[in-house]
Design a protein around this ligand. Structure first.
Ligand code: NAD
Length: 517
């Protein structure tokens, strides 16, 4: 029985730019709002009320070309701006972000639905990358060797690419773009960000913040849209690289199309993250972790745990502890101090509910049914509560598919070997975690598991900003992970200079291949 509280509630959300009162959120180009020529737009919902709160522009090819041209025009000056000046703009952006991130968190909650504390958390994790990028002068240092050959010096340096495209998903409207743009900008590139059309306003807020921080117009631009905008970025000769994050089919498409068009591409895809709980684990810690990582942000995280591999001998005990904790969770409007918010759209909620029914139909044991709960929010919100299945088998769609919702599936395994085999057989390899007090087992796991990011008694092992983020297999196309030193490598290209300053004693003809003497 579903009980809806406070059906009239429609809490105020911070509006962004000129899009209030069902206006159309415009693009941001050359330091100002840019409405574009296209008459296409998409609805933006408040997921906690189910109401359309604004529309967002969907770019035409001409709109996209205009925004890309603004970024290209800004490139030469920005490329040549001193590292000292770039650094001071980044520091200023960091300070403004730190002071005002509450505004952005409200925007995120009003369009994504995640609870306010979680929205603030994603901005803080993105801020880590801004702080890392403030060290740009050190990170962009080249190298120099004197007398590589007699009186010949060799030096190397890295230069920016030009216009770089960033295409981001709905689930982290601030953090995922911030995995890339602080480093891209620090390295001297100009940026066109194509955010998700489901929660687009944070991108405009960030653009206005950059302007306030003193970033020259045209260095950071926002292009709103769908496939038309994405294809424009993939095909424009002015765009030198693409950083994509989203679902695996689109990541594959972006990688294949972008590289075919001569761009460097990093395309991060979907996930199905497993958590393996060995019998010697601290089961209270494991139960806390499973609930936090399974239901945080309503499971709409690429690092969410969605399959829990429990060794048979402790599975019953672990399930009891998990269900006790689930009973304390409050699902509702993210502005009301709830633990978990709604799903991003009605269509996505229905899709996830469909998976729950598919699990029941396939014979999994539904321990907690999220469809049958009380929600602290408006009646039309996109609600689905935390859901737990036991005795899930590997042929069921709730196991094989990325659900991207608050559904945790328990698969019982005989021990470490069977657990490892399942994780390594999965098409995805984004994140995984092992819970154990056996250091030897943990060490074997980190060595043997075919996944990019590993947690040992840590359920959501998102690397800090100065390390790099990225999965393996169908979770990442391309070889460069996001942020950290790999980020600086991605957003620059190398040049090696071999120089000799002639003195009168040196010279003469020699048609042989140059050798170092
Ligand atoms: P999505 O693939 O639907 O959309 C991602 C971006 O691609 C958006 O900007 C969207 O406008 C664009 N897009 C959508 N369809 C397109 C098409 N046909 N052609 C061209 N562009 C298109 O993903 P989403 O639903 O916004 O985000 C959820 C997905 O992102 C999940 O699969 C999740 O695992 C993944 N994700 C992965 C990571 C990671 O680090 N690997 C991080 C966050 C999210």
């Amino acid at each position: 029985m579903t009980t809806i509280t406070d059906p009239e509630a429609n809490p105020t959300a911070a509006d962004s730019g000129s899009a209030g009162a069902l206006g159309v959120l415009p693009h941001w180009s050359a330091g100002a709002e840019f409405p574009g020529e296209s008459d296409r737009s998409a609805d933006v919902y408040d997921p906690a009320t189910g109401q359309v709160t604004k529309k967002v522009a969907l770019a035409s090819r001409e709109d996209a070309d205009a925004v890309i041209a603004a970024a290209a025009a800004a490139f030469p000056k920005w490329r040549d701006m001193s590292l000292a000046r770039r650094t001071s703009i980044l520091f200023r952006f960091r300070e403004l972000l730190n002071e005002r991130k509450g505004e952005a968190a409200e925007l995120i909650t009003s369009e994504h639905g995640k609870v306010l504390s979680d929205a603030l958390g994603e901005i803080t994790r993105g801020q880590e990358v801004v702080e890392f990028a403030c060290g740009l002068a050190h990170l962009l240092k080249g190298s120099m060797t004197e007398n590589a050959s007699t009186k010949v010096d060799v030096s190397s340096l890295r230069q920016p690419l030009g216009v770089v495209g960033i295409i981001s998903p709905f689930n982290f409207p601030a953090m995922v773009p911030m995995w890339f743009f602080p480093i891209a900008i620090a390295a001297g590139n100009t940026v066109v960000l194509k955010p998700s059309e489901k929660d687009p306003s944070t991108a405009n807020w960030l653009a206005a913040l950059w302007k306030e921080a003193g970033l020259p117009d045209g260095v950071f631009n926002v292009l709103h849209g769908d496939k038309v905008a994405v294809d424009a970025l993939l095909e424009s000769p002015s765009v030198r690289s693409i950083s994509f994050v989203g679902s695996t089919p689109i990541a594959r498409y972006v990688y294949e199309t972008g590289t075919k068009n001569g761009k460097r591409v990093q395309a991060l895809g979907g996930a199905k993250n497993h958590m393996l709980v060995l019998p010697d684990a601290d089961l209270d810690l494991a139960a806390d972790a499973a609930v936090n990582a399974g239901f945080g942000s309503a499971g709409e995280r690429c690092m969410a745990i969605s399959a829990l591999l429990a060794v048979d001998s402790v599975a019953d005990q672990l399930i009891t502890k998990i269900t006790e904790r689930m009973a304390t969770l409050r699902t509702g409007d993210g502005r009301r101090g709830c633990d978990m918010g709604p799903l991003v759209t009605g269509a996505h909620r229905d899709k996830v509910s469909g998976y729950v029914q598919a699990g029941v139909d396939a014979g999994a044991e539904l321990v907690v049914d999220g469809r049958d709960q009380e929600f602290d929010g408006a009646k039309d919100g996109f609600w689905l509560g935390p859901t737990l299945f036991d005795r899930v088998t590997t042929d069921m769609s709730i196991y094989t598919d990325e659900i991207f919702g608050p559904v945790l599936s328990i698969v019982r395994v005989s021990g470490y070997d069977e657990g490892l085999e399942l994780i390594n057989a999965n098409q995805y390899g984004n994140g995984t975690a092992i819970f154990t007090n056996d250091g030897g087992a943990a060490r074997r796991f980190q060595n043997e598991v075919e996944v990019g990011m590993i947690g040992i008694n840590v359920p959501v092992p998102v690397p800090v900003g100065y390390f790099s983020f990225g999965g393996w297999k169908a979770s990442l196309f391309g070889d460069t992970h996001a942020h950290g030193t790999e980020g600086f490598h991605f957003f620059t290209r190398g040049k090696v200079i071999t120089s000799r300053w002639l003195d009168p004693s040196h010279g003469g003809l020699n048609l042989g291949f140059p050798q170092n003497v």
